[in-house]
Write a protein that binds this ligand. Structure first.
Ligand SMILES: *[C@@H]1O[C@H](CO)[C@@H](O)[C@H](O)[C@H]1NC(C)=O
Ligand SMILES: *[C@@H]1O[C@H](CO)[C@@H](O)[C@H](O)[C@H]1NC(C)=O
Ligand SMILES: *[C@@H]1O[C@H](CO)[C@@H](O)[C@H](O)[C@H]1NC(C)=O
Ligand SMILES: *[C@@H]1O[C@H](CO)[C@@H](O)[C@H](O)[C@H]1NC(C)=O
Ligand SMILES: *[C@@H]1O[C@H](CO)[C@@H](O)[C@H](O)[C@H]1NC(C)=O
Ligand SMILES: *[C@@H]1O[C@H](CO)[C@@H](O)[C@H](O)[C@H]1NC(C)=O
Ligand SMILES: *[C@@H]1O[C@H](CO)[C@@H](O)[C@H](O)[C@H]1NC(C)=O
Ligand SMILES: *[C@@H]1O[C@H](CO)[C@@H](O)[C@H](O)[C@H]1NC(C)=O
Ligand SMILES: *[C@@H]1O[C@H](CO)[C@@H](O)[C@H](O)[C@H]1NC(C)=O
Length: 398
């Protein structure tokens, strides 16, 4: 191990005051600097051995091999410098940690208990090489930068993320995770789009907060995938994204998907495909689930394709949706205080499957306008309540 270890004398001193029986604190704080080669093994060794690992300001570590930081406890990773994920496409497609849910891989898995990642530094996904390669291979496996997995009590704060090859953050099978003050920027420098560069996705996770962050990317700003519960998303500024999305849910036969207790509030959404969105599959051979108690509140949107959208016939044509309504019910949904402009004539579209698969959907304080002409509010197979319900014509039924 070549990392520099410096024991924090002050901390040892405080421990000595607090306890006569001093526990041994080997490598309380370690600093990892660049080696010129692959820095992953030294970073991993430091994180395993030390309670605090510092990557100093001005240091760029080359991450050329995958980072397994699972099963940690009481760790502080202070990233003041940069982790640069080397774009060795054959290496990563063969060795990235696989994730079967949507056929994905990840550079880095971080898990365990009581973990902090902060320091003002940068995670650089070196995405351009991947955007270029994906343009000629649409089945290319591309890595997520950071996957928090099987974790409880994680804080990620004051970190900049740029150009992930795919999603920036994935929260898998975790509880009590907070992201605060994160900057995400994924923009291609040529015509090869920075596809699927979601800000966050949550899956089989509970009690997650994502707040005070600025995102410029090419897919969902935040998406809640199956079994996401008790989630707060607030004070985000999202540009170029596909919105704040519940779903898509109910895709896989025999699988039951739950998204419950989600609040997304104080969101700025610009030049995006969607604003506040819920999508669930219908049709033959799909799964089932429930979307319940979701609040979208205080959104300001500018040039957004679908500022408010519920699609309970996702990827299903009208005939098939009428014959095979969605098995994913949607209930207790609030869209409150959503203002701004769309890019097309329809500013809000609440499209439900037939047979009462949506209930208790409330729309209040919608102030949405189209770029020209009258704004259209459309809906299907649902009875809306709230003071903006009158903006919608009687919802058509099939
Ligand atoms: C997600 O969590 C499951 C455990 O529920 C684990 O088997 C899987 O490897 C995790 N995936 C990733 C990419 O961390
Ligand atoms: C496209 O990517 C897939 C998955 O990463 C890989 O198996 C396949 O060999 C690639 N195809 C080409 C033509 O490179
Ligand atoms: C947010 O994080 C950046 C570093 O990414 C830092 O410079 C800034 O001071 C942080 N803001 C707050 C309010 O802590
Ligand atoms: C979601 O949770 C429910 C209830 O615990 C479970 O039956 C279902 O299999 C889970 N679905 C997924 C996709 O994990
Ligand atoms: C939703 O929130 C309510 C009220 O806090 C709580 O009782 C319920 O357990 C939560 N549901 C889930 C699935 O966590
Ligand atoms: C709905 O979810 C919110 C969190 O988003 C929670 O505070 C509230 O208690 C939940 N309400 C019910 C009735 O479960
Ligand atoms: C509506 O949302 C805007 C933007 O977030 C906020 O400034 C305003 O205070 C909200 N209005 C109410 C009544 O909460
Ligand atoms: C609708 O979808 C069904 C099955 O998914 C397909 O068989 C049918 O041809 C489609 N109808 C139209 C009009 O596209
Ligand atoms: C609706 O939004 C427009 C600007 O988009 C603003 O001028 C107007 O005051 C808003 N109306 C209400 C009732 O908030």
């Amino acid at each position: 191990m070549h990392y520099l270890a410096t024991i924090s004398l002050l901390w040892v001193h405080l421990l000595a005051l607090a306890s006569a029986k001093l526990p041994s604190v080997p490598h309380a704080s370690c600093t990892v600097t660049a080696s010129g080669g692959d820095d992953s093994p030294r970073l991993l060794a430091a994180v395993r051995a030390c309670s605090e690992t510092i990557i100093p300001h001005g240091t760029t570590l080359n991450i050329a091999t995958r980072l397994d930081m699972t099963g940690l406890s009481d760790k502080h990773l202070k990233l003041e410098g940069t982790l640069s994920f080397q774009p060795n496409i054959p290496y990563w497609t063969a060795n990235g940690f696989p994730f079967t849910f949507q056929t994905q891989i990840t550079f880095w898995i971080l898990g365990g208990r009581n973990i902090r990642l902060d320091g003002g530094g940068t995670l650089d996904g070196q995405g351009q090489a991947w955007y270029n390669a994906f343009a000629s291979n649409s089945s290319l496996l591309r890595p997520i930068i950071l996957t928090v997995t099987e974790a409880e009590g994680v804080t990620v704060e004051n970190i900049q993320m740029k150009n992930s090859p795919e999603w920036h953050n994935f929260v898998n099978q975790s509880k009590d995770v907070v992201y605060n003050n994160i900057t995400i920027h994924a923009v291609s420098t040529n015509n090869n789009f920075a596809a699927n560069t979601d800000g966050w996705n949550t899956y089989r996770s509970d009690t997650i907060t994502i707040k005070n962050s600025v995102i410029v990317n090419g897919d969902d700003c935040v998406a809640f995938k199956p079994n996401s519960t008790n989630i707060l998303v607030e004070n985000l500024d999202c540009t170029g994204s596909h919105g704040i999305s519940v779903g898509s849910l109910g895709q896989f036969p025999g699988v039951f998907d739950i998204v419950r207790n989600v609040t997304a509030r104080n969101i700025h959404m610009s030049q995006a495909q969607n604003g506040a969105r819920i999508k669930a599959f219908a049709g033959p051979n799909v799964g089932s689930g429930i979307v319940q108690n979701i609040t979208f509140q205080n959104f300001v949107e500018s040039q957004v394709g679908n500022p408010v959208i519920v699609d309970q016939c996702y990827m299903t044509n009208a005939t098939a949706c009428a014959q095979f309504p969605s098995n994913t019910v949607i209930e207790d949904i609030i869209f409150d205080n959503i203002s701004g402009t769309s890019t097309g004539p329809v500013v809000a579209d609440i499209g439900c499957s037939p047979d009462g698969r949506c209930s208790s959907i409330t729309v209040t304080d919608l102030n949405l306008s189209a770029p020209s002409g009258a704004a259209q509010f459309t809906c299907q197979n649902v009875v809306l309540s709230g003071d903006s319900a009158s903006l919608f014509p009687t919802c058509s039924t099939t």
